[in-house]
Write a protein that binds this ligand. Structure first.
Ligand code: BGC
Length: 448
C-alpha cells in the first residue's frame, strides 16, 4: 500500500479501537446525572448511593487485571469485540433494572468491560502504530475518553428534566455507541504483533504490509518477531529486579494521576461548584463547560506530543495543575472562590490535565514497558489507576465535608507538586523511539 494510504488506514483502525475509550468516558461520567433519580427510585441511603457510583470502578479494577492475559490468549481484536458486546448489554440491563441488585450487577459487569477496554484500546493502537506518530495515535484514545465524558454530560443536561424515568434513558443511550463500536470492529485487523506472538507469521506479514506501506520489509518483521517471541512474560517476571524500575515508574504514574484529583472534578464538579456557592442548574451547566474544555484541550497534546516529547508535557501539566489547585485552596481559605473565579480555576486545572497529562499518561503506559512484561505490566499499572480512582472518589466527599475545600485542594496541590519532582527524576523520554529501542534503553539505564 502507498504510504499515504497506509497512514489513512492506520488512522481509521486507531479511531475504531479508540471507541473503547469513548465507552470508558461515557460509562464513568453518565452516572453523575443519574444520581438524584436513582437515589429516589431505589430509595438509597448515602452508602448505597456511593456503592451505586463506585461499583463500576470495582468492575474496572477486575477488568483491567484480566484483560492483558486474556488478550494474549484470544487476541486483541476478539477481546475488543466481546468488550463492545458487554458494553451494549450492560447499558440496557442498568437502564431497565427494576431492583437495586440488578442495577449493581449491570454496573459491575459493565465495569469489567470498561476496565478491559482501558488496557486493550491503547495497547492495540500502540501495536499497530508507526513510532513517529504513535504518541498522536494513542492520544486518540484519551480524546475518545474525553468525548465520552462530554457526550454523557450533554445527555445528562438534556435529559435531566424529562421526568422520573430520565435516568433509564441516560443509561440506555450508551447502547448506541456500543453497537456502532461492535459493528466497526469487524473492519479492523488483528494486531500484527499479537499474530507474531501467536505464531501466525503469514497473516502478520500481510497486516504489516498494509500498515507499514511498501517499507514493511522482512527485516522489520523479524525484528518484531524476535521481540514478540520474548513477549511471553508472566506475573513472575514482575518481581525480576531487571524490570523493577519500569514497573515502579508505571505504578507511580498511575497513583499520581489519580491522587492529583482529576476524578474529583470529573465526578463531583457539580458538588464542588455548589459548595462554592452556585445553584444546581448553573453547576450542571458549568460541568458541561468543564467537559468541553477537557475535550478541546486534548488536541494540544495530540499535536505536540510527538514533537516536544512526553516529558516536557508532563512537567508543564504538573506545574499548571499544582498552581491552579493551590489557587483553589487559597480561594476556599480566603473566601474568594465564588462565582466565575472558582469556575476559571477548575477550568485551568482541567485544561492543564487535558493538554498535558491525560493523553501522555496512556501513551507512556502503552509504550514504556519492556516487551517481555508489556501485557502484564500495563495491566498492573492500569489496575493501580482504577484502584486509586476508586479510593479517591470514595473518600473525596468525606474529606471535602470534614476538612473543607481549602485543606482538600491544598493536599491535591501538594500531590501535583510531587508529580513534578517524579517526572523530572524518573519518567523516560520515549519520543521517536521504536518499542524495541525503548526496550533496550531500560537495559542501558540499568547497566549505568
Ligand atoms: C483518566 C480518567 C479520567 C479521564 C479524564 C483519563 O486519562 O484515566 O481517570 O477520568 O482521563 O479525562
Amino acid at each position: 500500500m502507498q504510504p499515504e494510504k497506509s497512514n489513512r488506514y492506520i488512522y481509521l483502525i486507531s479511531f475504531i479501537a479508540a471507541l473503547g475509550g469513548l465507552m470508558f468516558g461515557f460509562d464513568i461520567a453518565i452516572i453523575s446525572g443519574a444520581v438524584p433519580f436513582i437515589k429516589e427510585y431505589f430509595q438509597l441511603d448515602e452508602l448505597q448511593l456511593g456503592w451505586a457510583v463506585s461499583s463500576l470502578l470495582v468492575g474496572c479494577i477486575f477488568g483491567s487485571v484480566v484483560a492483558g492475559k486474556l488478550s494474549d490468549r484470544i487476541g486483541r481484536k476478539r477481546l475488543l469485540i466481546w468488550i463492545a458486546l458487554i458494553f451494549a448489554v450492560t447499558s440496557i440491563v442498568t437502564a431497565i433494572a427494576q431492583s437495586f441488585p440488578l442495577f449493581i450487577f449491570g454496573r459491575l459487569i459493565g465495569g469489567l468491560a470498561v476496565g478491559a477496554a482501558s488496557v486493550i484500546s491503547p495497547l492495540y493502537i500502540a501495536e499497530v502504530a508507526p513510532h513517529f506518530i504513535r504518541g498522536k495515535l494513542v492520544s486518540l484514545n484519551q480524546l475518545a475518553i474525553t468525548i465520552g465524558i462530554f457526550v454523557s454530560y450533554f445527555i445528562n443536561y438534556m435529559l435531566h428534566d424529562i421526568g422520573e424515568d430520565s435516568w433509564r434513558w441516560m443509561f440506555a443511550s450508551g447502547a448506541i455507541p456500543s453497537v456502532i463500536f461492535f459493528g466497526l470492529l469487524f473492519l479492523v485487523p488483528e494486531s500484527p504483533r499479537w499474530l507474531l506472538y501467536a505464531g501466525r507469521k503469514l497473516e502478520a506479514l500481510k497486516i504489516f504490509k498494509k500498515i507499514g506501506g511498501d517499507n514493511a520489509s522482512l527485516d522489520d518483521i523479524s525484528s518484531h518477531e524476535r521481540t514478540a517471541k520474548n513477549e511471553s512474560g508472566g506475573l513472575s517476571d514482575l518481581v525480576n529486579p531487571k524490570y523493577r524500575k519500569p514497573l515502579m515508574v508505571g505504578i507511580f504514574l498511575a497513583v499520581l494521576i489519580q491522587i492529583t484529583g482529576i476524578n474529583t472534578v470529573i465526578d463531583y464538579a457539580p458538588i464542588i461548584l455548589k459548595s462554592a456557592g452556585e445553584t444546581i442548574d448553573t453547576a450542571l451547566f458549568q460541568t458541561f463547560i468543564i467537559g468541553f474544555i477537557n475535550f478541546a484541550f486534548t488536541f494540544i497534546a495530540i499535536f505536540t506530543i510527538d514533537r516536544i516529547g512526553r516529558k516536557p508535557l508532563y512537567i508543564a501539566g504538573s506545574i499548571g495543575m499544582s498552581l491552579s489547585l493551590l489557587l483553589l485552596s487559597l480561594g476556599f481559605f480566603f473566601d474568594f472562590v465564588q462565582g466565575v473565579y472558582g469556575l476559571i480555576l477548575l477550568l485551568l486545572f482541567i485544561g492543564f490535565f487535558a493538554a498535558c497529562i491525560g493523553p501522555t499518561f496512556w501513551v507512556l503506559l502503552s509504550e514504556m514497558f519492556p516487551g517481555k512484561i508489556r501485557g502484564v505490566a500495563i495491566s498492573v499499572a492500569v489496575f493501580t489507576n482504577w484502584l486509586m480512582n476508586f479510593l479517591v472518589v470514595l473518600f473525596f466527599p468525606y474529606v471535602l465535608q470534614n476538612f473543607g475545600g481549602g485543606v482538600t485542594f491544598g493536599i491535591l496541590s501538594l500531590m501535583a507538586a510531587l508529580m513534578i519532582v517524579f517526572t523530572v527524576l524518573f519518567i523516560p523520554e520515549t519520543k521517536g523511539k521504536s518499542l524495541e529501542e525503548i526496550d533496550k534503553q531500560w537495559l542501558i539505564d540499568r547497566a549505568k
